[in-house]
Design a protein around this ligand. Structure first.
Ligand code: PMP
Length: 384
């Protein structure tokens, strides 16, 4: 018998089970208050659930079209036009996906060939680098160090070589909860102008931006939009991370190639969810979720104000970073384990999002939780 463990050549030799699974499992076993993985623990809109049930009862249980349900693509197109002023063609420039994750992987696969370079900005959501490597690409990391997580574009552009094919950005940003400004986007536009570099803009938190600031989608910047894949997700907007339904937008020529990969990866997204979400999205108010999360951010900060954890600013997404250097010298991963085992609260070490495990004594907490969960967590954290 062949021993496949020595025959199979790993495409991701260093990869382990993701930290979200590890910490999530430990939190469950220990009965800890779980602010680690980014998912809401409150109820989903009953109207939306009824719409899914109705779609199933109405018989919409077979394959959706490969590119997604037209009604939903039209709603996504309307939403981008309303919010960012760019009209994506629902027929040719929008594809519904099995979540943001598949949309991102597919965009990377569309662009990256063996030996191509892609730039990511660390701390980075953990699926970008593996997606690049699986496709034979080379990851170039720009690292944000210190506490403000601002991109210095004059340094960033030194990473660009003639092999650079893709830049991946993420705003609002997981894990730092920063947002890119108008000025950042103009800098990126400047840097990429006149090159054949494409941009993958992960905007899954587009509807969660605080303090009256505006989400700076690449769609607002015509010269960026023409070279960009934009990824969005209903996971975040409608608090349904388990539904794995998202989308990708790109100009026609890019989307044509994207769909060649998409149809061979997943063929089509989930049909009843698409029918329901299309109907729900036709009421734009259903996407106004910033006030809900701003109130949760403020509530958690208020609860934590007398603790020794120091809040770093959260401008968007449903995360907040807390610095613990006044409490412990432990490395982030060790401190997360101490917090879990000795105190019963789960967070995520930001070092996990760096390829060099840069350790700044900062943890990420998710505040997409009921007030009760936030109170339980803060009661414990305040005493440490
Ligand atoms: N991008 C970022 C920055 C995320 O935080 C997430 C979800 N954690 C995704 C993409 C993936 O979205 P989905 O759940 O729709 O696959």
């Amino acid at each position: 018998m062949i021993n496949f463990s020595s025959h199979i050549k790993s495409k991701l030799p260093g990869a382990k089970t993701t930290i979200f699974t590890q910490i999530g499992q430990m939190a469950n076993e220990l009965g800890a208050v779980n602010l680690s993985q980014g998912f809401p623990n409150f109820d989903v809109s009953q109207e939306l659930i009824d719409l899914v049930t109705k779609a199933m009862n109405d018989g919409f249980n077979q394959y959706a079209p490969m590119q997604g349900l037209l009604e939903l693509r039209q709603e996504v197109s309307n939403s981008f036009f309303r919010n960012y002023g760019l009209r994506y063609d629902a027929n040719e420039e929008i594809t519904i996906t099995a979540g943001g994750t598949q949309a991102i992987y597919t965009a990377i696969s569309t662009v990256i060939h063996e030996g191509d370079e892609a730039i990511i900005i660390e701390p980075a959501f953990d699926i970008y680098a593996p997606g690049i490597k699986i496709n034979g690409g080379i990851v170039r990391s720009y690292r944000l160090e210190g506490d403000d997580y601002k991109i210095k574009w004059n340094e960033f552009k030194l990473l660009i070589t003639r092999n650079t094919k893709l830049i991946i950005i993420n705003t609002p940003h997981n894990p730092t909860s920063t947002i890119l400004s108008n000025e950042d986007m103009l800098q990126l536009q400047d840097i990429t102008n006149g090159t054949d570099i494409m941009v993958l803009s992960d905007e899954v938190y587009e509807h969660i931006v605080f303090d009256k600031q505006k989400h700076q989608s690449v769609a607002r910047f015509p010269q960026l939009a023409e070279r960009s894949f934009v990824v969005g997700s209903f996971s975040k907007t409608f608090h349904v991370t388990g539904w794995k339904t998202g989308f990708c937008l790109a100009p026609q020529a890019l989307m044509k190639e994207y769909r060649k990969i998409h149809q061979n990866v997943v063929f089509a997204g989930n049909r009843p969810m698409q029918t329901a979400i299309a109907e729900y999205m036709s009421t734009p108010k259903n996407m106004e979720i910033s006030p809900l999360y701003e109130q949760k951010r403020d509530y958690f900060m208020e609860l934590m104000k007398d603790s020794r954890f120091k809040a770093l600013p959260s401008h968007g997404s449903y995360f907040q970073l807390y610095k613990y250097d006044a409490i412990s010298d432990e490395k982030e991963m060790d401190f997360v384990i101490t917090l879990l085992k000795e105190h019963g609260v789960a967070g995520i070490p930001v070092s996990y999002f760096y390829s060099n495990a840069y350790d700044n004594k900062v943890l990420r907490f998710c505040f997409a939780k009921t007030d009760e969960t936030l109170e339980q967590a803060a009661d414990i954290l305040r005493k440490i």
